[in-house]
Write a protein that binds this ligand. Sequence first.
Ligand SMILES: Nc1ncnc2c1ncn2[C@@H]1O[C@H](COP(=O)(O)OP(=O)(O)O)[C@@H](O)[C@H]1O
Ligand SMILES: [Mg+2]
Length: 254
Amino acid sequence: MNNEPLLRITELDKFYYVKKSLFGKTHEIRAVQALNLCIYQGETLGLIGESGSGKTTLSHLILGLIPPDNGQITFNQIDVLHLRRDVQIVFQYTYGALDPLKTVYELVSEPLKLHQIQFEGSLEDEVTRLLGLVGLSSGLMYRKTVAISGGQKQRVGIARAIASRPKFLILDEPVSALDISVQGQIVNLLIKLKKELGLTYLFITHDLKIARHLSDRLAVMHQGVLIEVGTTSEILTNPQMSYTKKLLGNLYNE
Ligand SMILES: Nc1ncnc2c1ncn2[C@@H]1O[C@H](COP(=O)(O)OP(=O)(O)O)[C@@H](O)[C@H]1O
Ligand SMILES: [Mg+2]
């Protein structure tokens, strides 16, 4: 890790305004509040917190998919809105996130075309190379995603995310919908890819067991606020906030 952060988030706010009923008062949801966070080249930062704590909102802000109300996000000191190619996301792919009628070939070639990526050989060669990186054989290339397993779909999702040769991957609950045995395979694949491709990860999960296994540092989010950040061992052995202690308590009581 060097000292200049790859990603720097400064005083970030995102509020949603929702009406509970047609004529009701507008209700403010502080999905992300005054959030400051740096992520360094080569690390895995695990972002943990209960459902509704603002993790996905933060990931969408980093991707530039939604604008913040206040604050700044820079990647290599450049505003993220200009960086759609360097920062990519892997979602939870098992349930319909990939168009079921598209073939693996179509899905993996889309980002190559979108970002006009240069590569050696034909498009088919490049798709084969990407499938190889995520442990899929080229024999799957012309299958539709309805005809492949959950773990295979997740691998296709990862191939799509790395196709544009990003430097930074956001993984938003990438294994939460998978069977335990498949979860381990995907986690190992992510560890391998990070090494091979020199990636930096923001790993979002509500699963502390996976977070602690993968993360160099952990950041704890609660009701839109980043309440605690530290090395994984600091957070696990010496949490400062009572909310973090409660989260960890659940881990050990399982
Ligand atoms: N588009 C939206 N409109 C209104 N409220 C939203 C929207 N997206 C998220 N929220 C609210 O913002 C909060 C944070 O949600 P989210 O970022 O999805 O949390 P997490 O990923 O940690 O489960 C929740 O209260 C959620 O209901
Ligand atoms: Mg979420």
